[in-house]
Design a protein around this ligand. Structure first.
Ligand SMILES: [Zn+2]
Length: 343
């Protein structure tokens, strides 16, 4: 088998629909979702042979050093809607104006680990607003001519010169995610081409609206950009989790990755867990309110000569209110030494 062919079968992608993905996510998220994934590039690594497995979609690559690795055959998902629906080869957003109103659960990689960090290290410009203009991705310093790698397996949707992006490659991935690679000096792929994580899709550059060589990297879902830092820790190059829950607020123009949210297991909560937590919060709030009310209560011990109306006057309340609080009638006789609630 040729290297190109071997490269081609590295293309992953599970053709499960969104509903099915959400079901999977619910049962597997604690076991697998939390795990980070190191950036790796097996494309182009010399290997000795490929072997068939019982599953026609999965093959084994044997490397020269005796190690092996499972890989997937992309052609098994080629008929899926994800590669044809809302698909064109020229537009940054073929979805129209879609607003994400509910949390979306995406599996980013499966246990076969197909992920490659586009650039490990410092990133120079963040997602969000910059000089009053929305910056929909992050900028990674990238010397001209340096290889740019596909982050995940997928299919090339756009490879073209597009306005401020200059030379732009847009990849679509089987989970619906799209990744953008802008300002390239050279594009190595054509629309419709299958790519594997780690494939060289072009070379770094400074084409389009750019003040120096860098890679503009975007992540989008249904045409909506969100901070790529939710997916990738660019300092270490690691994919933070195998699974992500995209909350609607991630798509707000100025919203950046928040470490605290990630840390608090919030990402892995199911809707049911969120509901139970909300109930628990409401119960605690009600308890606190009742305690505050109890703390604010005041009592008065009836003395000689007191009447309900004199006590009411003294505490700035009414006879009706006193009666209600003490479960008595306005005509009831009060006794010296009797304790009455007055507030
Ligand atoms: Zn940029």
């Amino acid at each position: 088998m040729t290297l190109t062919k071997a490269t081609a079968i590295l293309l992953l992608l599970c053709g499960t629909g969104l509903a099915a993905q959400n079901r999977e996510a619910d049962s597997l998220r604690h076991a697998y979702g939390r795990q980070g994934v190191a950036s790796s590039r097996i494309v182009g690594t010399p290997y000795a042979d490929t072997l068939d497995t019982g599953n026609p979609a999965v093959k084994v690559i044997l490397f020269n050093d005796g190690t092996y690795r499972y890989i997937k055959d992309p052609s098994f998902t080629a008929g899926d809607d994800i590669w044809t629906k809302n698909w064109n080869t020229w537009s940054c957003n073929p979805y129209g104006n879609v607003t994400i109103k509910e949390t979306v659960t995406l599996w980013l990689v499966d246990t076969l680990d197909s992920y490659c960090c586009p650039r490990i290290g410092y990133h120079s410009s963040k997602f969000g607003y910059r000089h009053g203009r929305r910056h929909q991705g992050i900028d990674l310093p990238y010397p001209t001519g340096t290889p740019v790698y596909a982050a995940f397996d997928g299919k090339v949707r756009v490879s073209d010169v597009v306005g401020g992006y200059g030379n732009l490659v847009i990849l679509r991935h089987a989970n619906g995610l799209e990744t953008f690679y802008g300002h390239l000096s050279q594009r190595n792929v054509e629309p419709g081409q299958w790519v594997s994580a780690g494939d060289v899709i072009g070379l770094g550059g400074s084409t389009g609206r750019s003040s120096g060589p860098h890679l503009h990297f975007e992540t989008r879902y249904m045409g909506n950009a969100f901070d790529p830092a939710w997916l990738i820790d660019f300092q270490t190059g690691k994919l933070r989790h195998r699974m992500i829950k995209l909350r609607p607020w991630y798509f707000d123009g100025g919203s950046n990755y928040v470490q605290a949210v990630d840390d608090e297991d919030e990402i892995f909560r199911t809707d049911e867990e969120e509901r139970l937590l909300a109930e628990e919060r409401a119960r605690k709030e009600a308890e606190a309110r009742a305690a505050a009310e109890r703390a604010a209560m005041q009592y008065y011990t009836v003395k000689s000569g007191d009447t309900l109306s004199s006590i009411a006057r003294k505490y700035g309340t009414t006879v009706q209110a006193l009666c209600r609080m003490n479960n008595i009638k306005a005509t009831s006789t009060i006794q010296i030494g009797q304790r009455l609630r007055v507030k």
